[in-house]
Design a protein. Structure first.
Length: 614
């Protein structure tokens, strides 16, 4: 790339914890740089293009945008803040030369900030700290700056990284300034100017074309599209290139069919692209993330970050319940298999393997949130499937031969009055307390190291125990020796012994057996879980039995049955609730819980086999 073109380019990543306002900040930068026309209809949170991202308010996939400020083009990459999507984060940071660390003025830096910041400091980025939401009534910008400094120091930041520039402001109101009080009339200009001053232009090497694959997606028209930053050389459409793995093995050779770059939020085809720019290329079929895309003359791959291992796995299988195929359009094992393999192509933090029985697939990922989002996406696309309880992925220690399990750092902010129950529940889940300190306003911050399997399903229980006041954040910490058994659900379940529509009268008569998970009129089948038993054993019940009718008219008051509202099962709640012998049946319209073996005799046989093995 020509020298002056390089000087007029900046590549920046935005790093923040979930919900600290980074997507809103990007919206404001796009608006104030003139990327949107004055009369253009603007989508709120333009970078959250996925329906699920908008609903949950989190960024799942990394996105890029490009803004023009005076004669400088700034490529902005929005990174996921959730540790389950860390596969995206590590690679993006190698694509940029600077980072905006966005921190909420009230909450301060939280674990996902720590997760992404630690990765950014490791690759040598010099951060700009932006304290957002200073308009909040509980904002405490000065203390938050001290917390950010302590965090950077704890993550081994060097002196240059610790000497970070700071801006304060409100992305929602559209202003940034050198102090929390303002002035507010300059809009986003102070931030644009600081990026241009503080972030260096891209460093490029001499030599032929080379680029590391950073983000991969499957496009229905272009096939595989790989985004990355060009390290050296230039490319044009129809140029021959090859792909090298991290160990230098040749993966494939091919031609580039299209080069695309972001201009605003739109992707624009380019006739040529130079070193330093972030572009997407299409035309190759096998190259993936962390591979080097290069000129045929290149022999050595560029160094690339390996991908963190998955920690949680689930079995995805065909829905074989009596209601299969009644609510979804995609029900066969081939359709499910193809969809999962397509997902794995565009998401390297996911591992998909075929199970021995050919009717199911093992899907491993970074956490239950990542897998729950995949299931939710599939059900919205019309898929019906059954999924097992999430299991942790154990790792065998080569030297000692013992099994090691993933451990997470868990930070819980809780009111002092509820701290006792949190400590008790976490110790039951084999967690070790590392730290307890006051975090202001009669709240405590508790830090634990806990096995991942102990945390599956704990979020809902934590909110119940603390009356919805606790905030839990998790971060992958490492592997440790297996911590022993963790007690699961204490109650048995109520299982339907007939197929048909649930009757209010029957459900009313069974209320003393335990709370229901269904409503009158819902279709049930034999082996389906319809409620939670008050005791620790499973119980088969009949929810179809209507009232015996007579021809004598009556005015008794029991005609209108009043039922206790049922337990509402969301997808995440259902995945956390089930045991190893149970499944969640997911369709576009329903989430049902069921036993793996619908026939009671088969269930007994499986139970005996399990006891013999144990």
């Amino acid at each position: 790339m020509k020298k002056n073109q390089l000087m007029n380019l900046r590549n920046v990543a935005i790093i923040a914890h979930v919900d600290h306002g980074k997507t809103t900040l990007v919206d404001r930068l796009l608006q104030q740089s003139g990327t949107y026309r004055d009369n253009q209809r603007v989508v709120e949170r333009a970078m959250d293009s996925n329906d699920l991202e908008r609903e949950r308010g989190i960024t799942i996939l990394a996105k890029a945008a490009s803004v023009q400020w005076n004669d400088i083009r700034i490529n902005i990459v929005d990174t996921p803040g959730h540790a389950d999507f860390g596969g995206e984060v590590e690679r993006i940071l190698n694509m940029v030369d600077g980072a905006l660390v966005l921190v909420d003025a009230a909450e301060g830096p939280l674990p996902q900030t720590k997760f992404v910041v630690s990765k950014a400091l490791k690759v040598g980025l010099k951060p700009i700290v932006v304290i957002n939401k200073v308009d909040r009534p509980d904002a405490r910008p000065t203390e938050v700056i001290n917390e950010v400094f302590d965090l950077f120091a704890a993550l081994d930041a060097n002196d240059e990284q610790l000497d970070f520039p700071i801006l304060y402001g409100s992305a929602k109101q559209g202003w940034m300034a050198d102090s929390p009080e303002g002035p507010q009339d300059a809009g986003m200009q102070p931030l644009f100017d600081l990026i241009v001053r503080h972030v260096p232009p891209p460093q490029v090497e001499d030599g032929p074309f080379r680029m590391i694959g950073t983000i991969i997606e499957a496009n229905p028209y272009l096939g595989r599209v790989i985004t990355g930053r060009i390290s050296s050389g230039m490319i044009k459409p129809n140029q021959s290139i090859k792909v090298l793995a991290r160990d230098g093995k040749l993966i494939e050779q091919g031609r580039i069919s299209k080069i695309l770059a972001f201009r605003g939020l739109e992707r624009t085809p380019l006739e040529e692209a130079m070193a330093g720019d972030i572009v997407a290329i299409a035309g190759l079929t096998k190259g993936t993330v962390a591979d080097t895309f290069c000129d045929p003359a290149v022999e050595q791959p560029l160094p690339a970050q390996p991908i963190d291992p998955p920690t949680v796995s689930m079995t995805f299988m065909v829905n074989n319940s009596p209601l299969a195929g009644t609510e979804g359009s995609k029900v066969t094992s081939r359709m499910i298999r193809d969809r999962l393999l397509r997902e794995a192509e565009g998401n390297v933090a996911l591992r998909v393997t075929e199970a021995a029985d050919k009717d199911s697939m093992e899907v491993s990922g970074r956490g239950e949130l990542q897998l729950a989002i995949l299931i939710e996406t599939m059900r919205r696309e019309g898929f019906e499937l059954s999924v097992s309880r999430p299991r942790v992925v154990l790792k065998k220690d080569e030297a000692s031969g013992e099994w090691r399990e993933p451990i997470e750092e868990v930070m819980i902010d809780v009111d002092e009055e509820h701290s006792g129950v949190v400590v008790q529940k976490m110790s039951e889940r084999k967690a070790e307390m590392m730290e307890m300190k006051p975090s202001g306003g009669n709240r405590l911050r508790l830090v634990f190291h806990a096995p991942t399997r102990g945390l599956i399903g704990y979020q809902g229980e934590l909110l119940t125990d603390t009356r919805g006041t606790a905030i839990m954040n998790r971060l992958f910490h490492g592997y440790a020796p297996y911590k022993g058994d963790i007690r699961g659900r204490r109650n048995g379940v109520l299982i339907s012994n007939e197929q048909g529509e649930a009757v209010a009268y029957a459900m009313f008569k069974l209320e003393d057996r335990g709370p229901m998970m269904i409503e009158p009129g819902w279709r049930v089948y034999r082996g389906m879980i319809v409620g939670e038993h008050t005791r620790d054993n499973d119980l088969e019940i009949n929810v179809l039995k209507g009232k015996q009718l007579t021809n004598i008219r009556t005015t008794s008051k029991d005609e209108a049955v009043r039922l206790t509202p049922p337990i509402k099962m969301t997808l995440e709640k259902a995945l956390a609730y089930i045991e190893d012998d149970e499944l969640v049946e997911v369709t576009p319209k329903s989430i049902r819980l069921r036993k793996k073996h619908l026939d009671p005799n088969e269930r007994k046989r499986a139970e005996k086999t399990r006891e013999m093995v144990a």
